[in-house]
Design a protein around this ligand. Structure first.
Ligand code: NDP
Length: 477
């Protein structure tokens, strides 16, 4: 069994214990044994990042471009192999996993360019003879805590901007899926990141994550994961004056209007709700359908779901891979049971036997639901979507916005009037017309409103808001 060490100050160091990374498509397949760091190793990684910051923060944009560009090239060259590892540890289908690895490579290429593009402003002073410059400087040491559902893309979209703008990083990936982050950090080290600039500490959030959040030597925390963990991290960061950025859950609505192209609507909804096993914070979990198309839409979605092949993520014909682990499978089943008890009608949602011993669940479509049911208020994070029948566009919009979350929202319509109105009035960070709520570009901002996000946006050039601090310099000539 191959063992994988933590990466601290340019060295690969075993932790005191190891944890097994298990394939959710086949629990008899162990991907590897990954070191669990302890609090002392985490402190060492933070100190290494602190030390490296002195020179990395003053490195030239060309140096940072070169490291990120080489890393991006290596990721893209190895995307098939990285995708296979990702599919094996997380359970996305192979095409989805290779797509995610490719996206990580593109993100590094984009932020290589961002290192060169960082400029400033010269502003006229209100005082004679005085000049004013507004520039951006790196923040310092960034602690990163990432979830299991995008094992390479999320670490990439946090690490690449952090390094591009001159920060140093200590990253703790999700304990369930450390393999992709481990390969990513190795690639960055081999691309020439100096010792201490990037550090990897693997292990439990309650130990390593807490140590990052509580350290006075960490300047900022970038977190993606659940609402409850995110909120407790934010409270600690605010109390200690750390900058913090949270990406959390969603209860994303997809509105389908009577005038929608039925095929477009079915594909957008099935993709958005069920691909990647529904384990995306942008998944369409509430399908809000006007009454004139409701019955045809529901029948067409059911027919489409019947055609989907569920099974081993690595098998070439699989369209829906496994749920990530036993705990998440239990959560998905619990919500399906709750929906049934609340009066919903459940199609699918049963465990599926496959050729391998994994956590397979048939996609569940729950009809006859109302907006107040728990299934329409709480994030499930699995292949489960509910349908809410509404009278018209106005009711659909009100229902779409009736949620504590605000990450992504979509509408399927052929009406320019309704599409335009929805883009303006959906209370979310990302809005989609005639395309799935999940699946976004890598060069534009990602994030939401209300309970979904907190702090500055991630991705695209907007990422600089989080990873830099602004300086205003005055000079009297
Ligand atoms: P968590 O929020 O618990 O985990 C996200 C990350 O935070 C992991 O790296 C985790 O570590 C770490 N963490 C956990 N506790 C702490 C802590 N006290 N201090 C610092 N870091 C901590 O989510 P789960 O993975 O447990 O998933 C639970 C639910 O969260 C899902 O069912 C889903 O609803 C939601 N979720 C949402 C995601 C999103 O993208 N919006 C992504 C993943 C989950 P560890 O490795 O030990 O778990």
């Amino acid at each position: 069994m191959t063992r994988y060490a933590n990466y601290i100050d340019g060295e690969w160091l075993d932790g005191p214990t190891f944890s097994r990374n298990v394939n959710p498509s086949d629990v008899d397949d162990v991907v590897g044994e990954y070191s669990q760091a302890d609090v002392q190793q985490t402190a060492r990684a933070i100190q290494a990042a602190r030390k490296a910051f002195a020179s990395w923060s003053l490195s030239t944009p060309q140096q940072r471009f070169d490291v990120l560009d080489r890393a991006g090239t290596a990721i893209l060259a190895r995307k098939e192999e990285l995708g296979r590892l990702l599919a094996r540890e997380e359970g996305k289908t192979l095409p989805e996993a290779i797509g995610e690895a490719g996206r990580a490579g593109q993100i590094f290429k984009f932020f290589a360019g961002e290192a060169l593009r960082l400029g400033g402003e010269i502003v006229q002073s209100v005082r004679p003879g005085v000049t004013v410059e507004v520039t951006r400087e790196p923040l310092g040491v960034i602690g990163m805590i990432t979830p299991w559902n995008f094992p390479i893309a999320i670490p990439a979209w946090k690490i690449a901007p952090a390094l591009a703008y001159g920060n140093c990083v200590v990253i703790k990936p999700a304990d369930l899926v450390p393999g992709s982050a481990w390969e990513l950090v190795k690639i960055i080290a081999e691309a020439g990141a100096p010792a201490g600039v990037i550090n990897l500490v693997m292990g439990r959030g309650s130990v390593i994550g807490e140590a990052l959040v509580n350290s006075p030597d960490v300047d900022a925390i970038s977190f993606t994961g659940s609402v409850s963990t995110g909120r407790s991290i934010a409270a600690k960061c605010v109390a200690s004056g750390k900058k913090v950025q949270l990406e959390m859950g969603g209860k994303n609505p997809m509105v389908v209007l009577d005038d929608a192209d039925l095929n477009v609507a079915v594909e957008a909804c099935v993709n958005g709700a069920f691909f990647s096993t529904g384990q995306r914070c942008t998944a369409s979990s509430r399908l809000i359908v006007t009454e004139g198309i409701h019955d045809r839409f529901v029948e067409a979605v059911k027919a489409r779901l019947k055609t989907l092949k569920i099974g081993d993520a690595l098998a070439p014909d699989t369209q829906i891979g496994p749920v990530v682990d036993e705990r998440q499978l239990a959560q998905d089943e619990r919500y399906i049971a709750i929906a049934r008890e609340e009066g919903g009608t459940v199609f699918g949602g049963e465990r599926v036997a496959a050729s391998t011993n994994g956590f397979f669940l048939a996609p569940a479509l729950i009809t006859d639901t109302t907006p107040t049911m728990r299934i329409n208020r709480e994030e499930v994070f699995g292949p489960v979507a509910s349908v809410i029948k509404v009278k018209d566009y106005e009711a659909a919009l009100a229902t779409a916005n009736d949620t504590d979350f605000g990450l992504s929202a979509g509408i399927c319509t052929t009406s320019l009037k309704y599409a335009t109105h929805f883009k303006r009035h959906a209370q979310v960070g990302m809005v989609m017309v005639n395309t799935a709520t999940a699946g976004v570009d890598y060069h534009v901002p990602f994030g939401g409103r209300k309970g979904s996000s907190y702090g500055a946006r991630e991705q695209g050039s907007y990422a600089r808001e989080f990873y830099t601090t602004v300086k205003t310099a005055y000079a009297n000539a």
